[in-house]
Design a protein. Structure first.
Length: 174
């Protein structure tokens, strides 16, 4: 994926997506936000985290067995963790209940908010345990007509790509 786009194209896409994120009510109202620390083939979150880290309380996931722990984001506390992803160090984990907004990466999203991850189920387990607004961010080519889903998959509430922001209307659960 990463070789398909020039660095300038990747940065331009990230700038467009995160500028739209900043304008969502979910972002404006949230104080506690779970982000991801981007890999080279994902929309880069690094400058966005730095830009807002004085005004918002950001958290990053850290792999713990088959689950993700949630820890405060501090650039100085990042270390290479599972799957060669920079993760926060320390023991000051927080409950998913404290998170108001989750910004989620994916391999692909469909127009119904379904997400195709990297196949380990980490995010689905985490997303299933929180009532936070779930926003998927993606390059344009990551938005597809349909992704395969399983019963445990958790759909996004909003998907943002460089061309726009799509709010997903989920059927009411009884």
């Amino acid at each position: 994926m990463k070789s398909m786009l020039l660095e300038t194209e990747k940065q331009e896409a990230a700038d467009l997506v995160f500028a739209q994120l900043e304008r969502t009510a979910a972002f404006m109202m949230a104080k506690h936000i779970l982000m991801y620390h981007s890999l080279p083939d994902e929309l880069s979150t690094h400058s966005f985290l730095r830009k807002w880290s004085e005004e918002k309380k950001f958290y990053l996931p850290r792999v713990n067995g088959v689950n993700l722990d949630i820890l405060p984001y501090e650039e100085s506390r990042l270390e290479l963790g599972a799957f060669h992803i920079e993760e926060p160090s320390g023991n000051d984990t927080v409950s998913a209940d404290e998170i108001e907004l989750v910004v989620v990466p994916a391999v692909a999203y469909d127009r119904r908010g379904n997400r195709l991850g990297r196949g380990k189920g980490f995010y689905d387990r985490l997303l299933g345990s929180t009532r936070a607004t779930k926003i998927g961010v993606a390059y344009e080519f990551q938005i597809v007509d349909e992704v395969p889903t399983e019963p445990h998959d958790v759909p996004m509430d909003i998907i943002i790509s460089p061309s726009g922001c799509t709010v997903i209307r989920h059927p009411k659960k009884r």
